[in-house]
Design a protein around this ligand. Sequence first.
Ligand code: GYE
Length: 346
Amino acid sequence: MKSKLKTTCIIFLLSAVVIILSFFISLFFFKLDGKNPEKKDDRLILGFSQIGSESAWRTRNTQSIFEAAAANDIQILFDDAQQKQENQLKAIRSFIVYQVDIIAFVPIVEDGWDNVLREAKNAGIPVILVDRHINADKSLYAGFLGEDSLEEGRKAGQFLVEKCLNQKEKINILEISGTENSSVVKERSLGFREIIDGDKKFNIIHSQTGDFLRSRGKEIAENLIQKTRDSGNFKNDALYFDSQKIDVIFSHNDSMTLGVLDSFANYGINSRDTIIISIDAEQKSIDALVDGKLNCVVECNPDSGEMLMKLVRLLASGKQIPRTTYIDERVFTENDNFELYEERGY
Ligand code: GYE
């Protein structure tokens, strides 16, 4: 009896060892092909970190990427960073663990990406920058896709210079900029100044960030109005800064511009003399241009999805991509034939 029990135990133990061993061997073989055990099919997996949904432009940018991925049968792991860099760093690290094929992300600010990009590089995962640039070693990412923000700033400056060609007196400018330390703000400001600095009559008397948000654009304008009211010199013919009349508003995106127009409506500011230049070209700002409330809208094209999928396929097939791929953009002005305008789609 005792020897029979001993044999049964030995057989039981042996079969348990065999089962466990075969499980680990099968797992090992999975690991060897480097394929993600979760990956159910051969479709490419793109890990995409978006900064948030702060503007109609951003929402359209995200839509364009999902639409193009679906059309190109590319799987997307998507993360909305709610405007926080630390969330983007976390998302990119999770894409590395998940072993996506390609990582693409919109860097909310220029600095602080070297380490996580080095980790992606060590994991053999190519990275594409979308929409904004970074200050990092160029070997840490494959290329950039997006708008030429410097040129957008220049176009805004060129419109202003042409519009004020015959004006001799001083022209006071209020600049409402977007997210601080972002490449797009740095380049739009630089491009605008590059053009207007050619003529000393142009003065940027105040520059303030509105973080690309409509509410902040409204807040900035209302603070200026309130200050003028408190000074007892309130006039509704324009915004004033330190009792200097603001002749031009250069706003880095439509959301903030529409916020300024909200405050004008609230406080009955008649802004007909104020030259207002905005960037993005969402439908609402084009409508405001057609209504004569804006003078110029520089397009920033959010539809980068299709081109991104092309770049993803190139990289996934081991090919190089251009260091920089710009998307075509135009300028809308008060001098256009508005009948020729098409729906903007965002
Ligand atoms: O102008 C603005 C968005 O990075 C180009 O970010 C983008 C800017 C765009 O919030 O609407």
